[in-house]
Design a binder for this molecule. Sequence first.
Ligand code: BDR
Ligand code: CA
Length: 314
Amino acid sequence: MNTPRKIIIDTDPGQDDAVAILLALASPEELDVLGVTVVAGNVPLPLTQKNACIVCELAGLPDTKVYSGCDAPLTRKLVTAEHVHGKTGLDGPVMPDPTMALQDQHAVDFIIETLRAEPAGSVSLCPLGPLTNIATAFNRAPDIVERVQEIVLMGGAYFQVGNITPAAEFNIYVDPEAAKIVFASGVPIVVMPLDVTHKALTNRARVEAFRNLGNEAGRMVAEWTDFFERFDKEKYGSEGAPLHDPCVIAYLLKPELFSGRHVNVEIETGSELTLGMTVADWWGVTDRTPNAMFMGGLDADGFFALLNERIARL
Ligand code: BDR
Ligand code: CA
């Protein structure tokens, strides 16, 4: 058996972040979650901290190490998404307050120390929110950049363009300067943009399958989705909600579910109109060097089968 792959999940939970964390924690044979680092995004930092702990306790793993990170983007005012996730960020079911403690260390210090302590090329970063913690770590400790095995992140869009503005996806829009640093870092990057996450759509049958798993985690995933999907149904007229962030973890477990292109991706930080746009050279019309595997295709049935199988284990 292979040794599990070491990952750090950087997150701003968020119902879809919560499902991603559950998927990772349910997969210890493949994934060794060294820590969950929390950033401000969907809701302010005190709530994303709390939500991360709620999710670890729901998974029955209160010993998971959760580190609190940056409470605001590198240079801008925080933009949040209560209109999607509700005022707690995890609206839907009523959840007990967590009892587990956060780690004392700052998330950025944890990322730096871990990358220095573990063998070079053995730790992957999995950002599910704005890239503030990752960019801060890269700025503060440039020596860690070449030690990162891979970054697999949710963010951006090309064909789907934007969800928070007509031109930008939320995670990149909130901290475009951070995204620019990460995309320019030279680390191998796999991107799960809206182009692929909008194919990870729930529908009635898929939500009922979670509810019928017979465990608390399955029931919570169904109730979170019930809440979360009202926004996308109204906005896109879709049957359900996209489970954006679980695509990152599903890729680590079953990369064959996804297809995409290795292309150049640049981040817009200057224009007010298109701030946070991920300018992906999908058609290869420039000679800019490819810096990211930009996903576009998903086997959605395989994705939901994987989620069901893993959430059932919790
Ligand atoms: C991303 O933004 C957040 O609202 C979700 O958690 C996801 O990470 C989708 O644009
Ligand atoms: Ca997120």
